[in-house]
Design a protein around this ligand. Structure first.
Ligand SMILES: Cc1cc2nc3c(=O)[nH]c(=O)nc-3n(C[C@H](O)[C@H](O)[C@H](O)COP(=O)(O)OP(=O)(O)OC[C@H]3O[C@@H](n4cnc5c(N)ncnc54)[C@H](O)[C@@H]3O)c2cc1C
Length: 301
């Protein structure tokens, strides 16, 4: 840790509770939570972690993340609050991975550029949105993507075109040892009234359908082909089920909410319960949308 401290130029928080960095407000301590100062700093940290075989995770703002109560014996790196440059050149956009998605959406709307407005209200950073291929109301972040720059564990930067990466519903083939640095988009100029209409529709839909007053990580499961996961969990009779301070929201059964003191094992228990009941009733296996750190996948089945 002393050696790591002497390398990091940005901020390093030791034994930092991950609960402070996830929208669930859940997660045990990580040995080092690091916000690198810039790309050079990031490259040095990645090489150090690689050479010393330190467990390393990348996160954005933790809005799709369940971290175990036992925490992480290793390091977590985030570009949020550091790599936040956003540039426009006509309809061409260059955004660093730490740019908050909400900021990107608003700046595009301001310039009468269409392509990302349906993502209004999706929390998180651009890096997280790309890894998750975040989407809402018919739009996905990968739709107008031109390229993505990533840094590997040796500090080497590569540029990928969208055809180098598989994107599908809440999935990208971006590997867990590639740090997303920045992305370029080519958007389209549009009549502002049309953009506003799409934005309003998305905003309204979100406010009506989602339990936004409570801490959550959005949808816990992906929607299987035929049905919405929330519908299946509801039909399995689990809406409103509580374990400790964690609840399967009675507003939207695919959102599990933390009423204050929930821990990761409470959420894990609800996950197992939902999977079991939905499988028994419908024969459908629910696939997790939330990303997890510190769990054996069997603990969540
Ligand atoms: C209230 C609420 C509503 C939501 N609604 C939606 C919705 O409508 N649509 C939707 O798609 N999602 C939704 N989500 C989920 C979440 O907001 C998105 O998945 C978001 O894109 C995650 O971004 P993040 O920065 O928080 O990523 P994190 O949760 O921090 O990370 C997500 C994944 O990306 C990886 N990652 C993050 N940053 C990097 C990086 N720089 N380099 C490499 N890997 C990285 C992480 O390792 C992890 O695997 C919602 C969440 C909440 C809480």
């Amino acid at each position: 840790m002393i050696e790591l401290r002497s390398i990091v130029k940005g901020t390093l928080l030791e034994d930092e509770p991950m609960a402070r960095h996830t929208s669930y407000g859940i997660g045990g301590p990580v040995s080092a939570f690091i916000t690198p100062k810039d790309r050079n700093d990031l490259a040095r940290i990645l090489m150090f972690a690689n050479q010393n075989e330190i467990e390393t995770h990348f996160i954005g703002s933790g809005s799709n993340l369940l971290v175990s109560d036992s925490g992480i014996n290793g390091i977590v790196l985030t570009p949020a609050k550091a790599l936040t440059q956003l540039e426009f050149n006509g309809s061409h956009v260059i955004a660093e991975s730490g740019v908050m998605l909400g900021r990107l959406v608003k700046e595009c709307i301001k310039r009468n550029l269409t392509g990302v407005e349906s993502l209004i209200g999706v929390p998180g950073t651009l890096g997280g949105a790309l890894v998750m291929n975040a989407g809402a109301f018919g739009g996905e972040i990968s739709n107008y993507l031109k390229s993505v720059d990533m840094m590997n564990m040796k500090g080497i930067i590569s540029t990928y075109s969208p055809k180098d990466i598989d994107f599908s519903y809440r999935f990208s083939s971006i590997k867990s040892d590639e740090f997303v640095l920045q992305a370029q988009f080519e958007l389209i100029e549009e009549n502002p009234d049309i953009i506003q209409e799409k934005r309003m529709k998305a905003s309204k839909g979100r406010k009506t359908n989602q339990p936004l007053r409570f801490r959550s990580a959005g949808s816990v499961f992906k929607n299987p082909d035929e049905y919405a996961a929330g519908y299946l969990i509801d039909q399995a009779g689990l809406k409103g089920t509580k374990i400790g301070d964690a609840e399967i929201s009675h507003h939207h059964a695919n959102f599990f909410v933390n009423h204050g003191k929930a821990n990761a094992s409470d959420i894990a228990q609800l996950i197992r319960m939902a999977r079991k009941s939905v499988f028994e009733k419908f024969g459908i296996k629910l696939e997790l949308e939330v990303k997890t750190i510190g769990f054996d996948p069997r603990e969540l089945e």
